[in-house]
Write a protein that binds this ligand. Structure first.
Ligand code: NAD
Ligand code: UDP
Length: 344
């Protein structure tokens, strides 16, 4: 009753997005680490709208309060400034463990911190899951496949990662995080879910993110040359963020505990991708230039999503072009705010 009264009071005084009413026995207590980031904030929205109690824990390295500010003061929501490398105690039923820098410039900025976040941070969250009996979903990555020699990549492929290269802090960090999940599952009975996420894009990507989608869109919108690294024949497959969020929730709620690829198999070379974005932005005068190739850049990447289809009944719904249109509109608005730009 107290909860219902609180909900009623807030509904009349605040303009929260609408939330499905749920009684307390049916409401899950969910922790999202990295929940103020790009993916985490969309996941927060989806779980809040379903009527669950969501605690976002974030150290704001790349995340922003702005991404979740529309939930602040909602009775089902809590935002905690905390570094996952430090132990954390909370009573929850589920943990979505997303805390980690994700963009290459961000994870290479402080490789030791990236390693600590993915190793100590994951141990802390698995320890918490063990202690309170929560199910944990790890946001792993297609980077566990490194520069793949098998194409497209099924989950059974062991990968081709350089353990000493500049990407290793992230790739190996996520690989050991997966290993930890299965060790805690076998030894301590923790229920784990492992999502191998392929390149994802959408609104709320950080303007200084440095990944290809945001770089190309911002460059094209500003009439600056679009910077293709190397020849641009390397490929990536891009998924829109709403599909990823659906896939993560489907995986968490499934009884399937092996790793699952979550990605959209629509594959582009970087040169073709630049051309598509230039066309959607509608400025044919924008140049496409080449910069030196980066070390250990995976040359091709496309998910085999047979497992997700079979075990989760999930597949992407949003066409890349439709997702790009929404993302271009988001960046157009972001660029119109000089204060936001200066703050970055
Ligand atoms: P992001 O950088 O927007 O979000 C990461 C969040 O984690 C940020 O809010 C950041 O502040 C937080 N964080 C980082 N280190 C932390 C720490 N030590 N303690 C607490 N919080 C910390 O990136 P994203 O794209 O939203 O990625 C989210 C997750 O998904 C990451 O684990 C990433 O590895 C994984 N992933 C993303 C993609 C993608 O294309 N977006 C692809 C593969 C995997
Ligand atoms: N890339 C590019 N120009 C950019 C940024 C990235 O050509 O301004 C290329 C990069 O070399 C890689 C691909 O785009 O081949 C995807 O890079 P991103 O950093 O988005 O993610 P990754 O999949 O490498 O983690």
């Amino acid at each position: 009753l107290k909860q219902q009264l609180l909900d009623l009071r807030n509904a009349s005084t605040n303009t929260f997005p609408s939330v499905v009413p749920r009684n307390e026995f049916d409401r899950k207590r969910i922790l999202i680490t990295g929940g103020a980031g790009f993916v985490g904030s969309h996941l927060t929205d989806a779980l809040m709208k379903q009527g669950h109690e969501v605690t976002v824990m974030d150290n704001f390295f790349t995340g922003r309060k702005k991404n979740v500010e529309h939930w602040i003061r909602h009775p089902n929501f809590e935002l905690i400034n905390h570094d996952v490398v430090e132990p954390f105690m909370i009573e929850v039923d589920e943990i979505y463990h997303l805390a980690s820098p994700a963009s290459p410039p961000h994870y290479m900025y402080n490789p030791i911190k990236t390693i600590k976040t993915n190793t100590l941070g994951t141990i802390n969250m698995l320890g918490l899951a063990k202690r309170v009996g929560a199910r944990l979903l790890l946001a792993s990555t297609s980077e566990v496949y490194g520069n793949p020699t098998v194409h497209p990549q099924p989950e059974t492929y062991f990968g081709n990662v350089n353990p000493d290269g500049p990407r290793a802090c992230y790739d190996e960090g996520k690989r050991i995080a997966e290993t930890m999940c299965y060790a805690y599952q076998k030894q301590s009975g923790v229920e784990v879910r492992v999502a191998r996420i392929f390149n994802t894009f959408g609104p709320r990507m950080h303007i200084g993110d440095g990944r290809v989608v945001s770089n190309f869109i911002i460059q094209a919108l500003q009439g600056q040359p679009m910077t293709v690294y190397g020849e641009g024949k390397q490929t990536r497959s891009f998924q829109y963020v709403s599909d990823l969020v659906d896939g993560l929730m489907a995986l968490m709620n499934s009884d399937f505990s092996d790793p699952v690829n979550i990605g959209n198999p629509e594959e582009y070379t970087m040169v073709d991708f630049a051309k598509s974005i230039r066309e959607l932005v509608g400025d044919p005068k924008v140049e496409i230039t080449h910069k030196p190739a980066t070390q250990d850049d995976p040359q091709r990447r496309r998910p085999d999503i047979t497992r997700a289809k079979q075990h989760l009944g999930w597949e992407p719904k949003v066409k890349v072009v439709d997702g790009l249109k929404k993302t271009i509109e988001y960046f157009r608005r972001e660029l119109e705010q000089p204060s936001a730009r200066a703050a970055d």
